[in-house]
Ligand binder design. Structure first.
Ligand SMILES: Cc1ncc(C[n+]2csc(CCOP(=O)(O)OP(=O)(O)O)c2C)c(N)n1
Ligand SMILES: [Mg+2]
Length: 1008
C-alpha cells in the first residue's frame, strides 16, 4: 500500500524543486515529474504542436503566402521572402515532425515536366488541391463512411453529398486520374511509395476513411496523436488478417451468437436484453482485452448496461454458464440480501487469458437500471486498484465502459465522468468506451433522442478519438479495437469505439418493435446476421469450410446444454457468486460483532495536534499566509490546552488512522481548504506556485498515504467515483464532502441505487462517509438542509421493532442496517464516529450531517480526554448538567440532534431553567438508539418528552424518530414535536423570518 505514496505527481518548476525539501512535494521522483510535465505539455494547446491546419486559417495562410511567393517573390512581405528563401518552408510548420514523404516536388516527373526543373504553378496548385483533399478525407471521411449495416440512416450527414463533403473545390477531371502526385507528409496511404496516381490516392482514401470505419480524430489538439492515428488506419495492409485470426474471430462470434440463441430457445419469454444485432461486441471486448493484456494490463474493470451483459459475463469473463442459467430458474437465495435481476449483477473472475497466456482479473461492476450511473463507480474502483498496486500510470489496471447509444448521449453523468479522466487525483489513465450502438433507445429513434450528429460527440470534449465502425464487418471492428487498446497503452487517454449495429428484437424479448419502428424492422427481418455474413465470406474466400462453421456452432451448443443440465441440479442461487469486489481475508477470523476501541493514547493526540498546527519543518523559506499563521497558532494553543475543535478532531481521526496503516482519502469540492475555510489541509507557499505542504501526509514515517483532493464541480460523478473507490479495499477511510449538504441531491442515483442499497442488492459493502454540511443558519432555502429526512427514510431499521437488549445492542444494529445516519454535536463524537468506520468488523456507509457555524463555536470543543483511550462514540449524549443530576425534578426533556443543541442550552441558561429542562442529544439518529432513548426516558419519569428540531416538521429527523420513540417507550408515553411548521421549501430566504422562526422554536422548546 505504501508504494502508493508515490502515486501522486505534481509538476514543480526546477527552481521550486531546488529550493524546497522533497517532503514538501507530493512526489519527489524526478522521473514522475518529467512525465507530469510532459503530460501537461500535451494537454496544453500549443500552436506548434496542435493541429490548427485541420480547420484553422494559419496553415492555409502560410500556404497562400508560399504559393504567391513561388509565382512572384516580390509579391509577399520581405520577411516571408527571407523565410521561404532560407528553405525553412519544407512543409507547413505544424506538419514538420512527420518524416514520411519528404522528397521535394522537383524530384518528381509530373506529366511530362522535366525532372529537376522548378514545378509550374498549376503543378503546385494541383498538389495543394490534393493535399486539401487528403486532409478533407481525414477530417470528414467518417461523415460518409458506410457505418450502418441496415443502410437506413443515410451515411451522409444532412446537407452533405459525398463530393460536397470531401472535395470542396475539386477541379480535377477524368484526364487527371492517372497523374502522379507527390504525397504530403500528413498521410501514410502511400506506404513505401512517395507518390501515387490521383485515382489511387482517392481509392485508398475512400477505403480508409469512407468504408466500414469512420475515424473521427482531427479535432485532437496534438499532432503526435493525429499522426499516430493516421498511421494506424492509412498504412496499406492494416486490415489484412491471417487465416488464424479470422478463425478466432469466427469462433468468438459463434459463441456470442450461440449464447443468445441458446437463451432464446430455453427461456423464450424471459427478459435478457439480448445482444442480437451487435454480437460483435463480444469478440470486440475480447480483442481489447487480448491486446491490452499483451501490453501489460493485468486487471480489467468493466461497467456496462443491460444489453449483452449476460453474454459478456459468459463469453468475455467466462463466468460458469451454469451460474448464469441458474439465475433464470427463479430459485431461492442461499445468502442474505434482496438480490437483483440477472442483467444487473456483477462478477469477478481471475483466469488465464488463452491468447496471451497471462493471468488476468476481470470484474464487471454490478449496476442499477439507471443507465450510465455505474460509469464513475467503475472509474473510482479502477483508480483505487491502480493506487493499491502502485500502478501510477495505469499500465496494469484499466477500465472499459460499455454504453448504449441513447444513454451515452443522453445522460449527463457521462460528461461528468469524462471530465474526471484527466484530473490528477481521479484519472484512470485512459478508459476505452465501447458504444453498443443499435441506433435506437427503447422505442425512440436517434433523431428524437439527440441533437448531436453522433451519439459519441460528448467524448470530443476530452479530445478522445472516436472510432465509428460498422458492426457487420468483424475485421474492421477488430482492427478498431486493436488500435483503441494500443492508443490507451500509448497515450493513456480515453477513446471511444462506436459499434454501429442494430437491435434484431424489441427492447427486450417481450417487446414488439413493429409498433414503433415498422420500416426499420422490415429491413432487419430480411437482414442476415453478422455471423452468417462473416461465415459466408470466409467460406467464399476459402478460409473455412461450411462443415467447420457448423461444427464450431454445434460444439458451443453442447457446452451450453451441459451447463444447462448442471444448472438444473442447483437448488439455490448464491448472491456471493456475483460479487464484483471481493475483500479476501477481511471477514475471516473476525468476531462479527466486535468493535475495536476508537480512543487512542493521549500522546498520539498530542503528536498529531502538534504536527497539524505546525508549518513545514526545516523550511523557513516556505511563506505561509498570515491568516493561516494565526490559524496554526490557534490550533497550537488548543493542543496545549488539550482541546480540539472540529478541524482538529477530524485531523485526530485521520492522523490516528493513518498511523494505523489506514489509507484516508477525502474528496469533494474545495475540501483541501474546506468550504468554510476551517480545514486547511494544504498550505500554499505564498510566493512559489504549486509548492504546498500537507501536514497529514507527514505525521509518521511509516504512515499510510493521505490524499485530499479538490474535485471537479460534480456531485454525481465524484460521489460515484468515491463510492467505487471505497469498494476496493475495506482498510481505507474514503470520504466525500458536499459543498453544502443539499448539493448531494444531484448525485441522488448514486445515493439511492448504490450507497443505500448496494449491500442488499449485490452483497457488496462500503464504508464510504458522506459529509453533508447542514444547519438552518439563515442562509436561505439552499445551503441550509442536507435533507436528512431523505437519508432517514431510506434507513432500513424497522420503526416498530425494539431489538433484544444486550451488550452488543449497538453493534448488532449497525450490522443489520443498510447505513448509518448521524448528526454529531462535538468534535470528539465526530472523531469517534469516523474511527468507528474502520473499527467495525464490517463496513457500512456513514451519512453525516456536518456543521457550519459550529466549526468556530467556542463551546463546540472537546477535551482530549473524550478522545483518548477508554472513550468511545456516544450514540446519545445525556444531559450532564443540573437536570441530569436531579432527574426526578425535571419537568421536560428536550431530545434534539445537531447544532440546535447549542441554541437550546443558551436559551435554557437565559431562562434559568437548567434544573427543570433536560436536553438530550441523539447523535446517531439511525439506527435509532432504542435502548438509550428508553433509558433516558426512564430516568426522567415525571417529565414531558419533546423532540425539538430546526428543520420544518415534514423535514429533518421528526418523521423518522417519532414512531421509533413510541416503540422505545413501548407506547406508554408520548413525545411531541417542537419546531417549524411543515414547509415546501427547506428554509426561508428572509433573515428576519429565520430569526423569528428560530426564536419561536426555542421559546416553545424551553418552556415548562
Ligand atoms: C437513467 C435511465 N433512464 C431511463 C431508463 C429506462 N430505459 C431502459 S433502457 C432504455 C433505452 C436505452 O437505450 P440505449 O442506451 O440505446 O441502450 P439499448 O437498450 O438500445 O441497448 C431506457 C430509456 C433507464 N434504464 N435509466
Ligand atoms: Mg440503443
Amino acid at each position: 500500500m505504501h508504494r502508493a505514496h508515490t502515486a501522486f505527481s505534481l509538476a514543480l518548476s526546477p527552481m521550486a524543486r531546488k529550493n524546497f525539501a522533497t517532503w514538501l512535494l507530493k512526489s519527489s521522483s524526478s522521473q514522475q515529474m518529467a512525465k507530469a510535465t510532459a503530460a501537461a505539455a500535451v494537454r496544453t494547446y500549443n500552436s506548434a504542436a496542435a493541429e490548427p491546419f485541420a480547420n484553422g486559417s494559419t496553415a492555409s495562410y502560410v500556404e497562400e503566402m508560399y504559393n504567391a511567393w513561388l509565382r512572384d517573390p516580390t509579391s509577399v512581405h520581405t520577411s516571408w521572402d527571407a523565410y521561404f528563401r532560407s528553405n525553412s518552408y519544407v512543409s507547413p510548420p505544424n506538419l514538420a515532425p512527420v518524416q514520411a514523404n519528404t522528397l521535394p516536388l522537383t524530384a518528381f516527373n509530373f506529366g511530362g515536366a522535366v525532372s529537376g526543373a522548378a514545378p509550374d504553378s498549376k503543378t503546385i496548385d494541383d498538389h495543394l488541391a490534393v493535399q486539401a483533399i487528403i486532409r478533407s478525407y481525414q477530417i470528414r471521411g467518417h461523415n460518409i463512411a458506410h457505418l450502418d449495416p441496415l443502410e437506413i440512416n443515410s451515411p451522409e450527414l444532412p446537407g452533405n453529398s459525398s463530393t460536397k463533403t470531401i472535395y470542396a473545390n475539386f477541379s480535377f477531371g477524368e484526364q487527371d486520374m492517372e497523374r502522379q502526385f507527390k504525397l504530403p507528409s500528413t498521410t501514410f496511404i502511400g506506404g513505401d511509395e512517395a507518390s501515387l496516381p490521383l485515382k489511387e490516392i482517392l481509392n485508398r482514401l475512400e477505403n480508409v476513411y469512407c468504408n466500414k470505419i469512420g475515424v473521427e480524430f482531427m479535432f485532437i489538439n496534438s499532432l503526435e496523436q493525429c499522426n499516430w492515428i493516421r498511421k494506424r488506419f492509412e498504412t496499406p495492409g492494416v486490415l489484412n488478417f491471417s487465416p488464424e485470426e479470422k478463425r478466432l474471430i469466427l469462433a468468438r462470434l459463434t459463441r456470442a451468437t450461440g449464447f443468445e440463441a441458446f437463451l432464446a430457445k430455453k427461456y423464450s419469454s424471459e427478459k435478457r436484453f439480448g445482444l442480437e444485432g451487435c454480437e460483435i461486441m463480444i469478440p470486440a471486448l475480447k480483442e481489447i482485452i487480448d491486446v491490452s493484456t499483451e501490453l501489460g494490463v493485468e486487471s480489467v474493470i468493466m461497467g456496462m448496461p443491460h444489453r449483452g451483459r449476460l453474454n459478456t459475463l459468459a463469453n468475455v469473463c467466462r463466468k460458469p454458464l451454469n451460474q448464469i442459467f441458474t439465475q433464470f430458474a427463479g430459485l431461492e437465495a442461499a445468502d442474505d440480501g434482496s438480490g437483483d435481476v440477472k442483467y444487473h449483477l456483477g462478477t469477478y473472475i481471475e483466469r488465464l487469458n488463452r491468447v496471451t497466456n497471462k493471468n488476468i482479473r476481470l470484474a464487471v461492476v454490478a449496476n442499477p437500471s439507471h443507465l450510465e450511473a455505474v460509469d464513475p463507480v467503475v472509474q473510482g474502483k479502477t483508480r483505487a486498484e491502480q493506487f493499491y498496486r502502485g500502478d501510477q500510470e495505469g499500465k496494469k489496471v484499466m477500465s472499459i465502459l460499455i454504453h448504449g447509444d441513447a444513454a451515452f448521449c443522453g445522460q449527463g453523468v457521462v460528461y461528468e465522468t469524462m471530465h474526471l479522466s484527466d484530473l490528477p487525483d481521479y484519472t484512470t489513465h485512459g478508459t476505452i468506451h465501447v458504444v453498443a450502438n443499435n441506433q435506437i433507445g427503447f422505442t425512440t429513434d436517434p433523431r428524437f433522442s439527440r441533437s448531436s450528429p453522433y451519439c459519441t460527440d460528448v467524448a470530443r470534449v476530452v479530445n478522445a478519438p472516436i472510432f465509428h465502425v460498422n458492426a457487420d464487418d468483424p475485421e474492421a471492428v477488430m482492427h478498431v479495437c486493436k488500435v483503441a487498446a494500443e492508443w490507451r497503452a500509448t497515450f493513456h487517454k480515453d477513446c471511444v469505439i462506436d459499434l454501429v449495429g442494430y437491435r434484431r428484437n424489441g427492447h427486450n424479448e417481450i417487446d414488439e418493435p413493429m409498433f414503433t419502428q415498422p420500416l426499420m424492422y422490415q429491413k432487419i427481418r430480411k437482414h442476415k446476421n453478422c455471423l452468417d455474413l462473416y461465415a459466408d465470406k470466409l467460406i467464399a474466400e476459402g478460409t473455412v469450410t461450411g462443415e467447420e462453421v457448423k461444427s464450431v456452432a454445434a460444439k458451443y451448443e453442447n457446452i451450453c446444454e451441459e451447463a444447462f443440465a448442471l444448472a438444473k441440479t442447483e437448488t439455490h442461487v448464491k448472491y456471493k457468486d456475483w460479487l464484483d469486489s471481493p475483500w479476501s481475508g477481511f471477514f475471516e477470523g473476525k468476531d462479527p460483532l466486535k468493535v475495536a476501541p476508537t480512543g487512542v493514547k493521549e500522546e498520539t493526540l498530542i503528536h498529531i495536534g502538534n504536527r497539524f498546527s505546525s508549518p513545514p519543518p526545516n523550511a523557513a523559506e516556505f511563506v505561509i499566509h498570515k491568516g493561516l499563521m494565526r490559524v496554526l497558532a490557534a490550533r497550537k494553543a488548543m493542543v496545549d490546552d488539550k482541546l480540539a475543535d472540529w478541524a482538529l478532531g477530524e485531523a485526530m481521526a485521520f492522523g490516528s488512522l493513518l498511523k494505523e496503516g489506514i489509507h484516508v482519502r477525502l474528496s469533494g469540492q474545495d475540501v483541501e481548504r474546506g468550504t468554510f475555510s476551517h480545514r486547511h489541509h494544504v498550505l500554499h507557499h505564498q510566493l512559489v506556485d504549486k509548492a504546498t505542504y500537507n501536514s497529514l501526509q507527514h505525521m509518521y514515517p511509516d504512515q499510510a498515504p493521505y490524499s485530499v483532493s479538490n474535485s471537479s464541480l460534480s456531485e454525481y460523478a465524484v460521489l460515484g467515483f468515491e463510492h467505487g473507490y471505497s469498494m476496493t479495499n475495506p482498510n481505507a477511510l474514503v470520504l466525500w464532502e458536499a459543498q453544502f449538504g443539499d448539493f448531494s441531491n444531484t448525485a441522488q442515483s448514486i445515493i439511492d441505487q448504490f450507497i443505500s442499497s448496494g449491500q442488499s442488492k449485490w452483497v457488496r459493502q462500503s464504508g464510504l462517509v458522506m459529509l453533508l454540511p447542514h444547519g438552518m443558519e439563515g442562509m436561505g432555502p439552499e445551503h441550509s438542509s442536507c435533507r436528512v429526512e431523505r437519508f432517514l427514510q431510506m434507513s432500513s431499521d424497522d420503526p416498530d421493532y425494539f431489538p433484544p437488549e444486550s451488550d452488543e445492542f449497538g453493534v448488532r444494529q449497525l450490522h443489520d442496517i443498510n447505513w448509518i445516519v448521524a448528526n454529531c454535536s462535538t468534535p470528539a463524537n465526530y472523531y469517534h464516529i469516523l474511527r468507528r468506520q474502520i473499527a467495525l468488523p464490517f463496513r457500512k456507509p456513514l451519512i453525516l450531517c456536518t456543521p457550519k457555524s459550529l466549526l468556530r463555536h467556542p463551546e463546540a470543543k472537546s477535551p482530549f480526554s473524550e478522545m483518548s483511550e477508554g472513550s468511545e462514540f456516544q450514540r446519545i449524549i445525556p444531559d450532564n448538567g443540573p437536570a441530569g443530576e436531579n432527574p426526578s425534578n425535571v419537568k421536560k426533556v428536550v431530545f434534539c440532534s445537531g447544532r440546535v443543541y447549542y441554541d437550546l442550552t443558551k436559551t435554557r441558561t437565559e431562562k434559568k431553567l437548567e434544573s427543570d429542562i433536560a436536553i438530550v442529544r441523539v447523535e446517531q439518529v439511525s439506527p435509532f438508539p432504542f435502548d438509550l432513548v428508553k433509558e433516558q426516558a426512564n430516568l426522567y419519569k415525571n417529565a414531558e418528552l419533546v423532540w425539538a428540531q430546526e428543520e420544518h416538521k415534514n423535514q429533518g429527523s421528526w418523521t423518522y424518530v417519532q414512531p421509533r420513540f413510541l416503540t422505545a417507550l413501548n407506547h406508554s408515553r408520548d413525545v411531541s414535536y417542537v419546531g417549524r411548521a411543515c414547509g415546501a421549501s427547506t428554509a426561508t430566504g428572509s433573515k428576519a423570518q429565520h430569526i423569528r422562526e428560530l426564536n419561536a422554536l426555542l421559546n416553545d422548546a424551553i418552556s415548562t
